[in-house]
Design a protein around this ligand. Structure first.
Ligand code: 6PG
Length: 241
């Protein structure tokens, strides 16, 4: 298995661990380089952690030095209920003193291929080529997808592009996603995984053969970065104790 696995006793403990990971990574990055660049994950798992960062942990982060990006986005307008940006804004970004110019959302409202090219250019201009995040927060679906790298999808072919526009048959919609090239250049990647519905696939992912086309989350292997799996007890239920 790549990286460090931490099993948390409950969903609440997982939430705290994700929020603490954000706080510590921000403190270290700002101390060393003056800014903290993070790619947020979408989905449900991180919502409670984002809310905690906007509330109890709010004063623990120097928000004026934080730059927020996204690992993936649904191809919908920012006000659409499916938008990862909307979720992050409503739980976190709209409640902390982060500078609006430091929030870098993927333009899900634009033509997908154009939006992907534009975001790749933004990443290069702000984080270098290849772009290097201080922290990428990722989740894992019950099918082993991460970001919007879904089983069998072509973004798994590691190529020069940094952001891809993909049509995901499973959800019958277009998505924007960073590619493995971006994920694996991060200084740190934290996967936050909770719920019994993830238990079987997590065992296959961590203890089964390397099959990244089947389980895209297996491509997560930072080249020169720290990988942490934060998993609650329910999701860890099938892992060897
Ligand atoms: C998204 C996410 C996606 C998510 C997983 C897990 O856009 O939905 O980027 O990759 O992390 O689907 O989602 P849950 O946290 O809701 O289980």
């Amino acid at each position: 298995m790549n990286g460090e696995l931490l099993v948390l006793e409950s969903k609440e403990a997982l939430t705290e661990a994700v929020a603490d990971t954000f706080v510590i990574a921000a403190r270290d990055a700002i101390a060393q380089r003056g800014t903290f660049s993070i790619a947020l994950s979408g989905g449900n798992t991180p919502k409670a952690a984002y809310a905690l960062l906007a509330d109890e942990r709010r004063t623990a982060v120097e928000w004026e030095n934080v730059h927020v990006y996204f690992g993936d986005e649904r191809c919908v307008p920012p006000e659409h209920e499916d938008s990862n940006y909307k979720m992050a804004f409503e739980t976190l970004l709209g409640h902390v003193p982060i500078l609006a110019r430091n929030i870098h959302r993927m333009h899900g409202e634009d033509e997908p291929a154009h939006a992907a090219r534009a975001y790749a250019q933004l990443l290069i201009e702000t984080l270098g080529d290849p772009p290097r995040f201080d922290l990428m927060l990722l989740g894992m679906g019950p099918d082993g997808h991460t970001a919007s790298l879904f089983p069998g999808s072509d973004p798994l072919t590691d190529d020069d592009r940094l952001v891809r526009a993909v049509y995901v048959e499973k959800v019958k919609s277009h998505r924007l996603t960073v590619t493995p090239r971006v994920v694996n250049h991060a200084r740190a990647v934290t996967l936050a995984i909770g719920g019994a519905e993830k238990a079987h696939v997590l065992r296959e992912v961590l203890h089964g053969p390397q099959e990244p086309l089947k389980y895209p989350v297996q491509i997560v292997a930072p080249i020169d970065g720290k990988l942490t799996w934060l998993v609650d007890r329910d999701a860890a239920a099938e892992l060897a104790s």
